[in-house]
Design a protein around this ligand. Structure first.
Ligand code: OSB
Ligand code: MG
Length: 374
């Protein structure tokens, strides 16, 4: 496909509610969107980098810089035939996976439109409805958390994931389990614990959690394997898994029994599919994580979640949980059974509201091809 233009945008969008993890709270999202024009079609990609480099080493500003100076010019100088050509085009640039995913996913988005098939079918998806869970940030009090859980269960969500950290864990789980002994419950520490906390973490077994997500260091396999040996509860790795090789290492070392796949964290659809397949071949279930995305990233997460081995409820939930008004039409909605029905229209299946995107844009840059940049 001929790349006619790449426009990078930054949008400012306030979250309906602040979202707090063990590494900090987010109130306002700075969202990067890539708008790629090719032969009359427009593909969109959303960058999942956080405002500050606390989840991974990437941030809104680092991704902006790498896309404008490196990845955008490389892509604009090529004629990729498929989204799957992007990893080769970007190979010279190390890391920066969220920046790479922004552009690669936009190319898949165009490819699905060009082929006239739903994006999820182009990816090889087979599930027409996907099971949904919610990720609940750290709340000001346990009482407030219980109210939020009650609301999300009433909305139909199939799994409640609690963000946790030292001081916001066993007491919280105790109260939640007292009220709801049987719900599917998990927790996500975003790397908040250390080896000295191992005995404390083993205490989590009492709460019959579906999994404990990324309890220790963001870049570790070895110590998670030691911990997993002592835990009954499955460990799920998020931050540690950047690609298929990481997934193979984690599975081989028994660092985890479940993998969270995030498009940005692994660098885009190609690598996400490779991680999915590697896990499937080894009997390790996966689910799709979230990064507080707008409808564009959310639509891409929905499409990815249709692959066969996405067998656990993910963190892909309704637009209305995050945004007063989402930038896609229709918004992403979840049924009372806690499922998203996957769109059967060509492409991503959710139209981008170009007028609203334009209104929310605070910075915009047209990317120049490599030979023009020099
Ligand atoms: O670890 O899953 C995470 C949000 C920001 C950074 C890391 C994480 C999260 C979430 C959000 O849990 C889940 C969602 O988008 O609903
Ligand atoms: Mg996580």
């Amino acid at each position: 496909m001929r790349i006619d233009a790449i426009i990078l945008r930054e949008l400012h969008m306030p979250l309906l509610h602040p979202f707090e993890t063990s590494f900090g709270a987010t109130t306002n999202r700075r969202v990067l969107l890539a708008e790629v024009h090719s032969e009359g079609l427009v593909g969109w990609g959303e960058c999942t980098a956080t405002e500050r480099p606390f989840f991974s080493g990437e941030s809104t500003d680092s991704a902006w810089q790498v896309i404008v100076q490196e990845l955008g010019p490389k892509l604009a100088s090529e004629q990729p035939q498929h989204g799957g050509d992007c990893p080769r085009i970007f190979r010279q640039v190390r890391d920066n996976r969220m920046a790479k995913a922004t552009l690669e996913n936009a190319i898949w988005d165009i490819e699905a439109q060009r082929e006239g098939v739903p994006l999820w079918q182009l990816l090889g998806g087979v599930q027409e409805t996907i099971p949904c869970g919610v990720s609940l940030g750290i709340q000001p009090s346990i009482a407030e958390l219980l109210d939020v859980i009650e609301r999300e269960l009433a909305a139909g969500y199939q799994r409640i994931k609690l963000k946790c950290k030292p001081g916001w864990d066993v007491e919280v789980f105790e109260q939640v389990r007292k009220r709801w002994p049987e719900i599917t419950l998990s927790c996500d520490a975003n790397s908040a614990y250390r080896l000295r906390d191992a005995d404390h973490l083993i205490g989590f077994d009492a709460f019959r959690l579906l999994m404990i997500e990324q309890p220790m260091w963001h870049d570790d396999f070895y110590f998670h394997a030691l911990l997993q040996k002592r835990l009954e509860t499955p460990i799920c790795l998020d931050e540690s898994i950047h690609n298929r090789r990481d997934a193979l290492a984690a599975i081989e070392m028994e660092s985890c029994r479940i993998i969270n796949i995030k498009l940005g964290r692994v660098g885009g659809f190609s690598e996400a599919i490779a991680v999915h397949n590697a896990a499937q071949e080894r009997g390790i279930p996966v689910w799709c994580g979230g990064m507080l995305e707008t409808g564009i990233g959310r639509a891409h997460n929905v499409a990815l979640s249709t692959l066969e081995n996405f067998s656990l409820p993910g963190d892909v939930s309704a637009s209305a949980r995050y945004w007063a008004e989402d930038i896609v039409e229709p918004e992403i909605t979840v049924s009372p059974a806690g499922e998203i029905a996957v769109p059967d229209t060509p492409g991503r299946g959710y139209e981008v509201r170009a007028d609203l995107v334009e209104r929310l844009t605070v910075r915009k840059e047209k990317i120049r091809a490599m030979e023009l940049v020099g």
